[in-house]
Design a protein around this ligand. Structure first.
Ligand SMILES: [Zn+2]
Length: 233
């Protein structure tokens, strides 16, 4: 469940990321009434098993069973809740097409939320790993080892979101960041899900890495949104 909007007196429109049908928008009738059978199950973050009746414009939810109530685990922890919100927003932007299969994005989001709720890892590490992996899954895999421009093997010292990752001394362009080598190794480990390597990282490299992930995400989502604006709806 990615987000919900009110509709009329008692209904909601819910946006969902589904395992087999990608992004789905559906009407949940009567869910804002206290007597609703499944109103509380249709909240953001919740992993549900749904049955839908196909409609002319929007499908209607006829049944909902909770599989993982991630929201109850996230709601008590502000840092985890906000990180989870970024994950939902990122998923809804990366999977922009409705009803196109996106099993990988679905599994990344559910796995990421599960890790976020479990509390075993720092929220920022779970978030950064999710962002790098979901961007990679959407075709925007960053390069932390080979030069993003000419593929020359590293290690390289320069990082540029617009160029897709690290740059060698020859390809480096003005405005590139110059992160610590340990930070680039950390980002590679976050992308690969190599948690032992992530756990050994120093706080300053984690901080620097989070900044680079945020810059990389902003560049790609902004570009994605700009191209979306030209799509006829
Ligand atoms: Zn190069």
């Amino acid at each position: 469940m990615l987000r919900t909007h009110k509709l009329g007196e008692a209904d909601r429109i819910v946006s969902l990321l589904t395992r087999n049908h990608g992004l789905v928008r559906a009407v949940a009738r009567g869910v804002r009434r206290t007597s609703s059978r499944f109103g509380s199950r249709l909240e953001p973050f919740t992993h549900v098993d749904l049955q839908l009746a196909e409609g002319r414009n929007l499908d209607t939810i006829t049944q909902a069973e909770t599989l993982d109530p991630f929201s109850s685990g996230l709601g008590e922890d502000y840092e985890r809740y906000t990180a989870g919100t970024v994950m939902l927003e990122t998923a809804s932007m990366l999977v922009s097409e409705e009803k196109q299969p996106s099993v990988q994005q679905f599994l990344l989001l559910v796995g990421g939320l599960r890790a976020m709720v479990s509390g075993e890892r720092r929220p920022s590490q779970v978030l950064d790993s999710y962002l790098l992996r979901s961007l990679a899954g959407a075709g925007y895999a960053p390069s932390f080892e080979h030069c993003a421009r000419r593929g020359v093997e590293g290690a390289h010292r320069w990082f540029n979101p617009a160029m897709g990752g690290v740059l060698c001394a020859t390809c480096r362009i003005p405005g590139s960041a110059n992160p610590a080598p340990e930070t680039l190794q950390l980002l590679g480990a976050l992308l690969a899900g190599d948690w032992p390597a992530v756990q050994n990282a120093e706080p300053r490299h984690l901080r620097e890495g989070s900044g680079l992930v945020a810059a990389y995400l902003a560049w790609h989502l902004e570009r994605g949104l700009r191209s979306l604006a030209y799509v006829e709806r």
